[in-house]
Design a binder for this molecule. Structure first.
Ligand SMILES: [Zn+2]
Length: 381
């Protein structure tokens, strides 16, 4: 492709020396990712991946596209069984998991980069693998277009054990079996494994419910999620694509709240809306799901105490209550219907009129006067 630009760097470094492979050096990195002319990527070249600083990063300076690659060539073959790990994302002190590689694979070559074999998938921004065969050629390949730039921080070759854990489980929905998996990278967070195991058990239980509450198609709904742990975040969690990012401080200090946060974020993953609009519905329906799962938890009780009927489009809990009120009043799965329309890019505000006979504005006025309070038990549909 004409737009594809090859940048190549050649250098010798002692960085990758290990006791077992003292002469191993990275000799060349190339990429097919085109960088835009943007001041922000200045000084963020490929050399940042191997400068020995795990915080500095190479920045693509452009949205990642399917098929783009970053290729690494070593001075000699990395022996079988070595742990190869590549860290992406801006990293701690740099907005953490932003710009991590979420849909990408790690490949290796047996024939001097003529053909490639996939040896790992990126999870939680990182790819790690015990080298399945000796090779001096590795590459990252992007498998899905992304609206984000990509950042690669670091590459290590070691004898360290693998730290990514995947839990799997099966669930039945409408008589059909669905296999689910969740992967977390516990490097530096081994103490959180117990908290997370409980949460990932919940994942298998709650997935079919959220799919139904949001009217999602179980055949296409995300079934393999990544749980990224980060130390610095202004909020407890967020989700993007199939990745949920959790703040470690929140996990440690508020383990009981974690399950509710997890359900809210899982709702976002299953929503898979192409846009964040209308934002009151995006956040309101995620809190609606959280409430339906845990109507008796302290979160729901304190949320009821601080609800405000005058702000139905106030996002989060106030919007969740507005949705619950609509469903209680009109006895229809309104959230699911609107959610499907959003997912399929067919949403129009007139949908509320079709469902209730009232325009959104009229519904808002009725709700404001209603003094509605959601029940403290799971609403049945
Ligand atoms: Zn949210």
């Amino acid at each position: 492709m004409l737009r594809t630009l090859f940048i190549s760097l050649i250098f010798i470094t002692g960085l990758l020396k290990t006791d077992a492979t003292p002469d191993l050096k990275l000799t060349k990195i190339t990429t097919s990712i085109e960088s835009v002319r943007d001041q922000r990527v200045k000084g963020r070249g490929l050399d940042k991946i191997v400068d020995g600083d795990s915080k500095s990063y190479y920045w693509t300076g452009g949205q990642m596209q399917v098929g783009q690659v970053v290729t690494f060539q070593f001075s000699q073959a990395i022996p079988i069984g070595k742990t190869v790990k590549i860290y992406t994302g801006l990293g701690i002190e740099n907005r953490e998991d932003d710009d991590s590689f979420r849909d990408a694979v790690l490949e290796s070559s047996k024939d001097d980069a003529k053909t490639w074999q996939q040896i790992a998938t990126f999870h939680c921004g990182n790819a790690e693998v015990k080298a399945p065969f000796a090779s001096s050629h590795y590459r990252i390949r992007v498998t899905k277009n992304s609206s984000y730039w990509g950042a690669i921080r670091h590459l290590t070759i070691s004898d360290n054990p693998l730290t990514q854990k995947t839990i799997t489980g099966a669930t039945i929905l409408n008589g059909k079996k669905y296999q689910l998996s969740a992967t977390v990278d516990l490097e530096g967070y081994a103490d959180l494994e117990k908290n997370l195991t409980k949460t990932t058990d919940l994942y298998v239980k709650v997935w079919p419910k959220i799919v139904q509450w949001l009217g999602a198609n179980p055949d296409t709904a995300v079934r393999n999620i990544d749980i990224s742990l980060v130390n610095t975040l202004k909020h407890p969690a967020h989700a993007s694509g199939h990745t949920m990012t959790l703040l470690t401080k929140h996990l440690r200090n508020h383990p009981t709240d974690l399950e509710g946060v997890f359900v809210h974020e899982l709702a976002h993953i299953i929503q898979a809306y192409p846009t964040y609009q209308p934002s009151w519905f995006v956040e309101g329906s995620a809190d609606y799901v959280r409430y339906r799962q845990f109507p008796d938890r302290p979160w729901a009780k304190s949320a009821r105490a601080r609800m405000n009927n005058s702000k139905p489009l106030g996002h989060y809990w106030n919007s969740a209550c507005f949705l619950l009120w609509m469903e209680d009043t009109y006895k229809k799965p309104i959230t699911a219907t609107v959610s499907v329309a959003l997912q399929q890019k067919k949403y129009k505000e007139t949908l509320f009129k079709e469902l209730t006979g009232k325009s959104l504005e009229q519904l808002i006025e009725l709700y404001k006067k209603s003094e509605y309070r959601p029940k403290l038990s799971s609403p049945e549909m």
